[in-house]
Design a protein around this ligand. Sequence first.
Ligand code: RUQ
Ligand code: CUA
Length: 761
Amino acid sequence: MNTFTKRALSVSTGLLLGLSVSTAAWSAKSLEDVMKDRGLTQKDILAAAKTYTPTGGRDEYLAFASGGQSGQVIVYGVPSMRILKYIGVFTPEPWQGYGFDDESKRVLYQGKTDGEIKWGDTHHPAFSETEGEYNGKYLFINDKANPRIAVIDLHDFETKQIVSNPFYKSSHGGAFVTPNSEYVMEAAQYAAPISNDFVPLEEFNDKYRGGVTYWKFDMDKGRINEDDSFTFELPPYSQDLSDAGKNASYGWGFTNSFCSERYVGGENRPPYEAGCSAKDTDFLHVTNWKKAAELVAAGKVKKVNGSYLITMDQAVKEGLLYLVPEPKSPHGVDVNPKGTHIIVSGKLDSHAWVYSWEKIKKAIDSKKFEGKDDYGIPIIALKDALHTQVQVGLGPLHTQYDAKECVVYTSIYVDSMVTKWDYCEGKVLDQIHIHYNVGHLMTMEGDSVSPDGKYLVALNKLAIDRFNPVGPLHPQNHQLIDISGDKMELLYDMPLPLGEPHYVVAIKADKLKPAVRYKSGWNSRTDSKSKYKTRAGREKVVREDGVVHVYGTVIRSHITPEIIQVEEGETVSIHLTNLERAEDETHGFAVYNENVQLSIEPGKTVSTTFKAEKAGVFPYYCTEFCSALHLEMQGYLLVTPKGYKAKAAQLEEGQVYTKADYDKQVKTNVDTQAVIDSVVGFITSHNYKDFPEVVALVEDATDQLGFAAEAKKKAEDFAAKDDYQNATLWAGQHWQYQVKTADMGLRAKTFLEQHGAVKVK
Ligand code: RUQ
Ligand code: CUA
């Protein structure tokens, strides 16, 4: 029996065994036994049933969390809370080759502020929207530390663009999206001079500034258009979060602030936190982006630092900017789905304040103001803006909306709980304790115009005693809460061991249509054909402009070329195209000592360029366990000393083969072919063309079979010349291709069996 049939047999016996083992396990222990052994209550079992996702099962929602100081985005499923992916955004991420291949380096360092920033502090992810609904196309996220916004394409979950704010030195309040993704909002946090010059703190009030930027987004191109973006110059109050108006308040934006005292700490002065919370109120900034965009389009706004800046004077004169008092040291500003109300919490207040957009708009239209701030911006009196104040608990922060009208959830930081309340009637409905010190909250599709409710995720700042201890640095804790009934019910604790996920947004999973593979020879970062794409058999090495360009390919289980030879001091640029079409057949590429790690998904072309500084031997290999002979997916970069002349000596074989070896291999190949034929027979006798996944597998298998035929011919030619050394090696290679063909064929067959394929004539 050849290895392949053995393998097929062991798979089927394994399945049978697996079945009997699991039946035995179930019969030996009843649910009651398990509950008793593990000390589980009825409530635990119910929670488990609500979150457990059987093997192969899918989640209803996908959540995208900021990775905080990791500079990444974390993707997980709800309700299973299984982590599915980390997306490299502001930080190099070797698993994805992000920040290692030339293509992604261009994205990562495109948004550089000064020099090469290697990390980010991601805070607020936001989905692209159409008419206020998440459209599943793009995700935006900000970097607080080095004011930037990144664009992630949800077609392949890759970062495509990073833009750097031309005015700020920090930005917390991003990213927030207007209802048709016309703009992505980003607010400054710590006031700073808008130039890069040194400006003494004595000039804080006059020269330090805050702001809110409206980045213009082009949905068709999937990129931010920096040229058409604009920024409102704002007073040096620490602008915090923003939210875009929707429906009733469409065209407007809301940005809260703290430290409108404009306090600066320092030696022999009371600290920042004292000076920044002295006043009873701070300011909500109300900006009219719709009218501002018209001014920009009409050429009435000047550019500063190469970008449109609407000065405070201009904004006041044109009626684009207003202030409304907010509770002490506020946090969070959340517009309701209808756009009629805006909720702001005061970190040092036990109330959430509900503003009425109708009232604010009326005050603006009738020019009814209680005065101006020091910068001449009109202030709307609190009584002319407030709908109600509700006592929700100590240290309220963020609010999320439910599917039920008027119902909201507010995180209560100091009391470590979530308060469910009604903002129309101003009354508390329910409270639940969480663990511990909750920051943001998230309901399903909670930032859209039609939240789904269902689940609430509490993003807790401290985990303390919730998990097995792993040293002084603890994981974060995302707690899943069932909000489908009247009472909130805690379902699950998920430790998140990467950065501090500040905020998370969740979208219905079926709105996403991620790709399985790229078009062959694709530069995924520019979304276009790579000029370095290479087809099978066209691999080559070209010396051009002082660079050694290697046009290579990868496919199970080899890298072409397998040997690359350059001279010390030469610059090498290796371009690799993944020829696979089968789902999940990613190859990697690592080179000893050169800081090279590529991730080459099916169809992708990526490049790595480096200077071969020193003569030596540099093995390279595939970093993904892609196939049975993955470990053999290897090669050598030989860097010769200057002026090196190759010796005439022949490569000495480690193993000598005879006619008997050749015949044995041929026999194996014949047996394997019989298995392939039977699998092919099964596939072609079914309606496999109705299954795109299977069609791709069949195409892949056909490719492999084509290579197999070439190898077989070479083997036979050598055998005819009695060169059994080469004949046996090529016959072995023939078998390699057969195994890969069979592998794909079996995957296709299994897929057909599991997806109800029917027989055709
Ligand atoms: S903030 S814990 Cu960075 Cu969104 Cu409120
Ligand atoms: Cu390709 Cu391992």
